[in-house]
Design a protein around this ligand. Structure first.
Ligand SMILES: Cc1ncc(C[n+]2csc(CCOP(=O)(O)OP(=O)(O)O)c2C)c(N)n1
Ligand code: SF4
Ligand SMILES: [Mg+2]
Length: 308
């Protein structure tokens, strides 16, 4: 309010406060109807995740988003590569494809082109999508085909025992950097943005409702949507770098994000770089599937269905 504006007192009778459901995640009434068990293959439990692993938190946020967006399980196709992150797909009760390390985006491209009626989601890791599969990520962004990619970034090759990855922070110890990492770090969101992804966002596993909302927006976006999820490898990376128990690790996520987003509430930064969170880029570039189908129809009209 500026100095010249007059403050008016609202004398109207206040409407009675609406009672909202008490939930573990704030007063979100939809949370009451979300039961993660409805979306899991419980016959595969107990799951293989180490205690405190961020990938489980990310999976919960994703399934909550699926629930709130009203996506039916038989309309949901999940493609994942190899890694602790990729293994998440196996636990989800939907149509799931567990494919070769580094190739889930290539597989998903064929699936999304052949079955545009499905909601295609790729669950991948920093090694899977940025090292061996980096080429596929660049071209998935460039194509802008309608699918969602969730990159679970724990800064390490978790499944294979903790080797360095393209997102390992500087000077961190891994099994292949016993004296500390000297490689520069990839910012996957900047990469996705530059390569043309229709929607780019990042969130930490500490902020589950915020992460769920970001994934909902990504799932709704017509085109290639990319969400980097900052996740913790508590068992291998955390222990090797003496980052504390899982609770300490997840709390330190706050300081590695832009302070104006979360505030500096811990002393020891886990990830020294200040990263943006939330929606980082959103464009209305043409979606590739629609362009492809219209082009195919034109070619068929010109030459007949058998071509020339
Ligand atoms: C072609 C191929 N190369 C290497 C491997 C071994 N491998 C399996 S998972 C993995 C890295 C996983 O790291 P990331 O994608 O970050 O997943 P995380 O386990 O950290 O979630 C590697 C190198 C493989 N299975 N196939
Ligand atoms: S090794 Fe790391 S990434 Fe894999 S399940 Fe354990 S804590 Fe999670
Ligand atoms: Mg990883």
């Amino acid at each position: 309010m500026t100095a010249t504006q007059t403050k008016t007192r609202n004398t109207a009778k206040k409407a009675p406060k609406k009672k909202t459901a008490r939930t573990g995640n704030g007063a979100d009434p939809n949370f009451e109807t979300f039961n993660i068990r409805d979306y899991l293959r419980l016959e595969l439990f107990p799951h293989f995740l180490c205690p405190g692993c961020g990938h489980g938190i990310a999976t919960r946020a994703f399934l909550w988003a699926v629930h709130e967006n009203g996506i039916e399980k038989d309309q949901l196709a999940i493609v994942s590569g190899i890694g602790c992150s990729g293994r998440m797909g196996a636990y989800i009760d939907a149509s799931t494809f567990h494919v070769t390390h580094g190739r889930p985006l290539a597989f998903a491209t064929g699936l999304a082109l052949a079955r545009p009626d499905l909601k295609v989601v790729v669950i991948t890791g920093d090694g899977d999508a940025l090292a061996i599969g980096g080429n596929h990520l660049i071209h998935a962004c460039r194509h802008n085909l309608d699918m969602t990619c969730l990159l679970l970034n724990n800064e390490v090759y978790g499944m294979t025992g903790g080797q360095v990855s393209p997102t390992t922070s500087e000077s961190r110890f891994t099994t292949t950097t016993p004296e500390g990492n000297i490689e520069p770090v990839f910012d996957s969101c900047e990469l996705a943005k530059a390569a043309g992804a229709g929607f780019v966002g990042r969130e930490v596993t500490l902020q589950v409702p915020g992460l769920k909302n970001l994934i909902k927006e990504a799932l709704d976006h017509p085109g290639f949507s990319f969400v980097e999820i900052i996740s913790d490898c508590t068992e291998i990376y955390g222990r090797k770098n003496e980052l504390g128990e899982s609770a300490e690790m997840i709390l330190s996520q706050k300081i590695s994000m832009k302070p104006d987003t979360y505030g500096n509430v811990v002393d020891q930064p886990f990830r020294p770089n200040a990263l943006d969170t939330g929606v980082i880029a959103k464009t209305d570039r043409p979606e590739y599937g629609a362009t492809y189908r219209s082009h195919a129809a034109q070619v068929q009209a010109k030459f007949g269905s058998k071509g020339k």
